[in-house]
Design a binder for this molecule. Structure first.
Ligand code: IPE
Ligand code: IPE
Ligand code: MG
Length: 254
């Protein structure tokens, strides 16, 4: 198990994205209701956020509810809405104490009123915070995000504000729901599945992927630091050769 002291402080990922998976199986293994797993998941996020802030992570983007999760049984969806509202409200003071601002990635118009109000209240209360950003991906799906981005870009073209040949990668990036964030250097998925489940498809083009079997409610500071330590051991080449990355001065044109 890695500790904070083992990490290279100069190579902490700025942005860590997490697919918090395994709440249901964690609960089932204990003979509990799935919603008990989600509640334990809220507690895990509390610990992981604190550990991330301590390490100097600037953006933590967590997948809390996907566009596909609406297809779960109504009682589970209702329990999740209650827990999201409860969790955000409960963490409000803590976010401010840690100088963390709250952002939402996704469409919260479909959130029940009580939960949306708690979310907006918390965003407002922590809006002055400048240390790190906790971005909650709620009713989020990458295909939904990219479809929306295309509609917005098409509208700008239609209005004559943009020429088709002017559309660049930056134009796409600026029209995503994560427009004001850097791309994640590290994507973690807990719970044993090795898939992306419609999460940040554009943004993770060059992210390091880290999959672990630990169910999300059992994931804590040590597990986060394990993931960061693993990330720090990787060579990020961005299409170049290993030699170019190791000795950039020998390749002045690269
Ligand atoms: C992740 O845990 C939380 C949400 C998707 C909301 P799951 O509920 O998917 O847990 P498993 O994968 O069924 O164990
Ligand atoms: C992804 O987990 C979504 C969240 C963690 C919120 P799922 O459990 O919904 O993903 P699949 O269905 O197993 O791919
Ligand atoms: Mg799951």
């Amino acid at each position: 198990m890695a500790t904070l002291e083992q990490l290279d402080k100069n190579r902490i990922p700025q942005h860590v994205a997490i697919i918090m998976d395994g709440n249901g199986r964690w609960a089932k293994a204990r003979g509990l209701d799935r919603s008990a797993g989600h509640k334990a998941g809220v507690e895990a996020l509390h610990k992981v956020l604190e550990a991330a802030v301590k390490a100097g992570v600037k953006y933590l983007t967590v997948y809390t509810f996907s566009t596909e999760n609406w297809n779960r049984p109504k009682e589970e969806v209702d329990a999740l809405m209650n827990l999201i509202a409860w969790g955000i409200d409960k963490e409000k003071e803590e976010l401010i104490r840690q100088n963390v601002r709250l952002a939402i990635v996704g469409d919260i118009s479909r959130m029940p009123d009580f939960a949306r109000n708690k979310t907006l209240e918390c965003m407002k209360a922590a809006s002055h915070c400048t240390g790190s950003t906790l971005a909650i991906a709620f009713n989020y799906g990458s295909r939904f995000e990219l479809t929306n981005a295309m509609q917005r870009i098409a509208q700008q073209v239609k209005e004559g504000k943009l020429q088709p040949e002017e559309i660049s990668e930056q134009t796409v990036q600026e029209n995503l729901m994560t427009a004001d964030m850097p791309d994640p250097e590290l994507l973690i998925r807990t719970g044993g599945e090795q898939r992306i489940s419609n999460y940040l498809l554009w943004q993770i083009a060059y992210s390091e992927l880290y999959f672990c079997d630990t169910y999300w409610p059992d994931f804590g500071a040590d597990e986060l630091y394990d993931a960061i330590l693993d990330y720090q051991g990787r060579e990020r080449r961005f299409g170049k050769t290993s030699e170019q990355v190791k000795t950039p001065s020998q390749y002045p044109l690269s």
